[in-house]
Design a protein around this ligand. Structure first.
Ligand code: ATP
Ligand code: MG
Length: 145
């Protein structure tokens, strides 16, 4: 399915100066980058974004982490972009994630795991709308000859 997904380069990866490496992996994949911006979330912004996890024991820590420094939010488009991006990310816990995945290569632990990706078409749309308005999302640019 041709679809969009939201990707986030989390505060650990931005502060470790891995943003460029992560964007490079996106650009070398089949995914097309159609929106990108660096922002810093307030605690309320981060809590709203991760509201589905508000009953989880790690919620407060997660909100503190996600609002601890700048993040890079991106919209990716392509065939099966949701699963494709989650494949590039690797499993949630960076300590278990295989080498070759972003979380395996660049993440630290289960919380500071470098990147976020939407998990389904419905959540992708909600998450994209949480950060971007329509004028901030570009039509995919064809590859240069
Ligand atoms: P994301 O939604 O960020 O792409 P995910 O879908 O792989 O990650 P979720 O279960 O949605 O994993 O968890 C959201 C985020 O919460 C994780 O990426 C991680 O930063 C944090 N997290 C998840 N489990 C734990 C935990 N047990 N302890 C601390 N933080 C956790
Ligand atoms: Mg998730």
């Amino acid at each position: 399915m041709h679809e969009r997904t939201l990707a986030i380069i989390k505060p650990d990866a931005v502060s470790s100066r891995h943003s460029g490496e992560i964007l490079r992996r996106i650009e070398e994949s089949e995914l097309r980058l159609i929106a990108v911006k660096m922002i810093t979330l307030s605690g309320d912004d981060a809590g709203g974004f991760y509201a589905v996890h508000k009953e989880r024991p790690f919620f407060r820590e997660l909100v503190n982490f996600m609002s601890s420094g700048p993040i890079v939010v991106c919209v990716l488009e392509g065939e099966n972009s949701i699963l494709r991006w989650r494949g590039l990310m690797g499993p949630t816990n960076s300590e278990d994630a295989p080498k070759g995945t972003i979380r395996g290569d660049l993440g630290i632990d289960i919380e500071r795991n470098a990147v976020h990706g939407s998990d389904a078409p419905g959540t992708a749309k909600l998450e994209i709308d949480y950060f971007f308005n329509a004028t901030e999302i570009c039509a995919p640019v064809e590859a240069l000859p």
